[in-house]
Design a binder for this molecule. Structure first.
Ligand code: ATP
Ligand code: MG
Length: 362
């Protein structure tokens, strides 16, 4: 059996974002940059994972809806081209929900609870003991997001790597359980004889961009993010508040582990300028204020073209809906086919069916 995307040069790529807010600089360097490069050469699917957003926002479904549209605008403003890649809405692809159910049966509860990303998120998002049952389901849902598209490659930030590892285990377990693939088989044998290829995580240029709080990774839920859609003024303000831990401009500054310098390293193209500023910073000869001001200029130069494209898209909401509709239609065609092949392998192929979405204008 070969899966639909299997050609050596053109891989199937799946990745996406949870609409818990807009996209930030961490997303850009952790994943979007890779997507822009991949869309020219691979078969890319980008999922807006709105059902996963309910893990922490079940009471705010209307806000999640708005963020679906905002993330779609972020994608297009960042340069994702809907003629080259498929952008779609998770909740409108029912095959994903069905596969989630089957995969949940193949994943041990203990294994899920040992997943370090799950543990970290519970702490980082302050969920304590109060997370929903659905919160624990989201990594399983993510496995279904990826495998529904028979993805070979998944561009993600470092925090998501444990989820991809679990996805690899489940792809193998499904193929062993229902397709007769040998439990010792390598990835190539799984791609050949199983329903699901064993996908690879592809970590971006920056595995983890720190937040402006200097503590956590930049995250849209932690109030420590600079968003792609922030105004020039907001960027300036956020830069001025980056936590560096330095008390005064004449103190010797620490560069390592300092978000101010990580941002310069990642976004400032002028290497000589960075080296000079870092040297003076370490020697207590330049204040945080000057380095932050320069950073704001660098970031605003980088973000300005995206802001302009965003303004055009905001003025044309029908165009955004059209992109999502086309993408979701295409996504359903692929995911239904995968689900059917999975059900055939399981002997659950009782009745073939078709899923069709229809555009509803607001
Ligand atoms: P939330 O706080 O709701 O979890 P998030 O900011 O972590 O939001 P996600 O939607 O969970 O964003 O992540 C989308 C993608 O971006 C994932 O591949 C994730 O690994 C990557 N990513 C998120 N934050 C960063 C970061 N700070 N640095 C690098 N990659 C990141
Ligand atoms: Mg996250």
């Amino acid at each position: 059996m070969t899966h639909p995307a299997a050609t050596p040069s053109r891989l199937r790529v799946l990745t996406g974002d949870t609409p818990t807010g807009r996209l930030h600089l961490g997303h850009y360097v952790g994943s979007i940059e890779n997507r822009l490069a991949f869309q020219d050469v691979h078969d890319c699917f980008f999922i807006i994972a709105n059902t996963h957003a309910l893990t922490t926002r079940a009471q705010q479904s209307e806000a999640v809806r708005q963020d679906v549209l905002q993330i779609a605008i972020d994608y297009l403003a960042a340069g994702i081209d809907p003629k080259k890649s498929t952008i779609f809405i998770q909740s409108e692809v029912p095959a994903i929900a069905e596969l989630t159910w089957y995969f949940a049966m193949l994943l041990g509860y203990g294994r899920l609870m040992r997943n370090p990303t799950v543990k970290d998120e519970i702490v980082m998002k302050g969920l304590g003991e109060n997370y929903s049952f659905g919160f624990l389901m989201y990594p399983v849902g993510q496995i279904a997001d990826i495998l529904a598209f028979c993805a070979d490659a998944v561009p993600v930030g470092e925090d998501q790597v444990p989820h991809i590892e679990m996805t690899r285990e489940i792809a193998r377990r499904f193929n062993v359980t229902y397709c007769g693939v040998d439990s010792q088989a390598d990835d190539a044998a799984h791609a050949e004889a199983g329903v699901f290829p064993v996908p690879q995580a592809m970590v971006g240029r920056v595995a983890k961009l720190m937040g402006t709080d200097g503590k956590n990774k930049m995250s849209k839920s932690l109030d420590n993010a600079i968003f792609l859609s922030d105004s020039a003024k907001e960027v300036k303000k956020k830069c001025s508040r980056i936590f560096t831990g330095r008390m005064s401009a004449t103190d010797p500054g620490v560069v390592e582990g300092n978000p101010l310098w990580q941002y310069h390293d990642v976004f400032n193209p002028d290497r000589a300028e960075i080296d000079d500023m870092k040297q003076r910073y370490r020697a207590g000869k330049v204040g945080d204020g000057d380095c932050k001001k320069r950073l704001a200029e660098v970031l605003n130069t980088f973000l300005e073209p995206m802001r302009q494209r965003r303004a055009e898209l905001e003025a044309d909401p029908d165009r955004v809906m059209e992109v999502l509709y086309e993408g979701t239609s295409r996504a359903n065609a692929v995911a239904e086919q995968t689900l059917w092949r999975a059900k055939q392998a399981m002997g659950f192929d009782f009745f073939p069916r078709r899923v069709q979405v229809q555009i509803k204008r607001t």
